[in-house]
Structures are given as C-alpha cells and as structure tokens.
Ligand binder design. Structure first.
Ligand code: NAP
Length: 161
C-alpha cells in the first residue's frame, strides 16, 4: 500500500478544501501513478474533487453513516473506519482492482501511514499559504529509495525501513 501526495516545501498540501497551486503536468503524473488502482480518500478530498476519477476504483472514508456519493453512489465505495477500508481494499485487490493508493488528505494520510509500505511524494518547489499539512516523514521509520527530477518538481519515494 502506498501513500501518494504532492507536498510543498513548507509541508502544505491544502488550503481549506483546495490544493493551493496548479503545476502543468502534475495531474497527468497523478493519473499515471494511480490509474488501474484503488484510490482511498477522505470525504473532504472526495468532495473537493467532486466525482470519481476515471480508470480508478474510488473508496471514500467518512464517519457519517448516511453519506453517499449522490449521483455517483453506484461506483463509489464508502467505508467508515480504517479497518473497513483495508478489508475492502484486500477484497478489491483479489478481484483484480489493483493496489491500494492512499490519495489524502491529511487526516487520511495520518490514519493510513502506519499500514503503508511506501510513500511517493511530489516535492512542489513552492511555499504557499495553507492550513493542511502532510504528516512528517520520520527518518527512523522511512528511507528515501528513489528521486526522479522533473521540470517542475522532484518525485521521491520512501520505503519503510
Ligand atoms: N497535495 C495533495 O497531494 C493532496 C491530496 C489530497 C488532498 N489534499 C488536500 O487536503 C485537504 C483535505 O485534507 P483533510 O485532512 O482536511 O481531509 P481528508 O483527509 O480529505 O478528509 C477528512 C474526512 O475523512 C473522514 N475520515 C478521516 N479519517 C477517518 C477515519 N479514521 N475514519 C472515518 N472517517 C475518516 C472524515 O469524514 P467525515 O467528516 O465525513 O466523517 C473526515 O472529516 C484539502 O485541502 C485537499 O485539497 C491534498
């Protein structure tokens, strides 16, 4: 299981419900990293995107027992705690839906990080204002295993030690 995030130099990943930057090609790289897999996201992040992303199986984590994805309810899975998310991801994987990719936001990264094998971080070279931060990557637990340079960012992988 992998956490995938775009993180600014100051640790910011969001401002309110939105991501406070737009970099050319970033959405395309997110698509390449996640297509064919199971995307787990918090209810806030899902509502900020507003729809399931094509080519991926979407799972939304919420504590609200009545929450649904409205017109997309037939294709969006809803889970109510982390263990349920992990169990569903296991079933979906067995059915061929791909690996579990944790797509944020901060609450969901924090809740799933203890179960993750890898973090793939797009290092965004900006210092935007924002009130949502990526959880710190503890060097005692995680080691940088690859770094790729792109025009507008570095993509860094961390594996669990
Ligand atoms: N830069 C990036 O890569 C990136 C990626 C994704 C998101 N973001 C940004 O991150 C921000 C959103 O992050 P956030 O931390 O505010 O919200 P979030 O993690 O997207 O969603 C939080 C919601 O998820 C549900 N939830 C979280 N943990 C849960 C648990 N253990 N059990 C059950 N439900 C749980 C709750 O929903 P209910 O309130 O419905 O119970 C909670 O309010 C936005 O700014 C977004 O744009 C950035």
């Amino acid at each position: 299981m992998v956490l995938v995030a775009a993180v600014a130099r100051n640790g910011v990943i969001g401002d309110g419900p939105r991501i406070p930057w737009r970099l050319p090609g970033e959405q395309q790289q997110f698509k390449e990293l996640t297509t064919g897999h199971v995307l787990l996201m918090g209810r806030t992040t899902y509502e900020s995107i507003g729809r399931p992303l094509p080519g991926r199986t979407t799972v939304v984590l919420t504590r609200d027992p009545d929450w649904t994805a409205g017109e997309h309810a037939d294709v969006v899975h809803v889970v109510h705690h982390v263990e349920e998310a992990l169990a569903l991801a296991g079933r979906l994987h067995a059915e061929g839906a791909g690996d579990l990719v944790v797509a944020g936001g901060a609450q969901v990264y924090r809740g799933l990080a203890p179960y993750a094998d890898r973090q793939v971080v797009t290092e965004v070279p900006l210092e935007p204002a924002g009130d949502v931060h990526y959880p710190p990557i503890d060097p005692d637990e995680w080691v940088e295993t690859s770094r790729e340079h792109f025009e507008h960012w570095d993509r860094v992988s961390y594996d669990r030690r």
